[in-house]
Write a new protein. Sequence first.
Length: 361
Amino acid sequence: MAERVFNFAAGPAVLPEPVLLEAQENLFEFPGIGMSVLEMSHRSKTVIDIMEEAESDIRTLASIPDNYSILFLQGGASLQFSMIPMNLVSPEGHADHIVSGHFAKVAFEEAQKIARIDLAGSTELQGFDRIPRQQELTLNPDADYVHFTANNTIFGTEWAEEPDSGSVPLVGDISSNALSKPIDVSKYGLIYAGAQKNLGVAGVTMVIIRDDLIERSKDNLPAMLSYKVQHKSASAYNTPPVFGIYILGLVIKWIIDQGGLQEMGRRNLDKSRLIYDLIDSSEFYRGHAVTEDRSRMNVTFRLPGSELEQKFVEQANLNELSELRGHRSVGGIRASIYNAFPDKGVEQLVSFMKEFERTNG
Ligand SMILES: *Cc1c(COP(=O)(O)O)cnc(C)c1O
């Protein structure tokens, strides 16, 4: 097999090797079926079983209460920016959005095209280097929901704890930290994640929704955009992204095999600490996020000058450390180290950073 590099991409991102190998093995002929999962009808028993098993494994892994449903939708996390207000804002109603980063801002802007959305808090003026504090939020007690972004993929900040929305349903975009630590789903009305960061491949979005909220979908919504229709048809109103759901199912099984969410949480904290400890002990590297709000998933930092950053990325590439360039909108360096990112790659990055500082600092 060809050497694999350490892939620090923010998404699509690294997958667990056992998942890739199992998918490869089953790609030509799914065991006992005589055809590939890529070729199967979504109405076939095999595919229905794959979808049901993925759902029941997610339920087990994240202890999803019985009054929540799991949907596998398309359109990425970005389509949820519109579907959520379409389905959950009542006639004449309104919702609150907390803006803590790039995708949070896009979600806010997109939702405003659909309904009245109030800005509950923003850290944009501080360059999104931190998460708003609870006391900085202006929350309407009669809002239909409060939307927040659990991990800010581009800026490298993460909520240590969910905002307290009181009795208003909390909606969370967990695209870049889904199933990276234990989660208390009962705190939420709805959570969603595009799969291509922590859960699998692009093309499927996981939505976990409390059943009473499904009832809010108005009957005049386009069927594809209605949670009620998608739920009634078990995420198969039209052809679902079968291959993406299959991979997601394998990733969930891998997390369970590794010891579940507690173990993922421990590993992700340990991995990110290795890099943050180096940043804290160095005058050369400067972290973007304030210490308390650092992301365990996307570690963002700068070097003294963009020329050094360019050189850093180039030399890292020569050392099998790929995709470390920060998002085009902010520059700098970003190491995305999701669930599937191996310890060894983080150790290799830290050694490389020390050596780079020694020769360029
Ligand atoms: C990547 C990302 C998105 C956008 O996901 P798509 O599936 O490409 O639409 C939204 N929110 C967060 C937090 C992300 O990291």
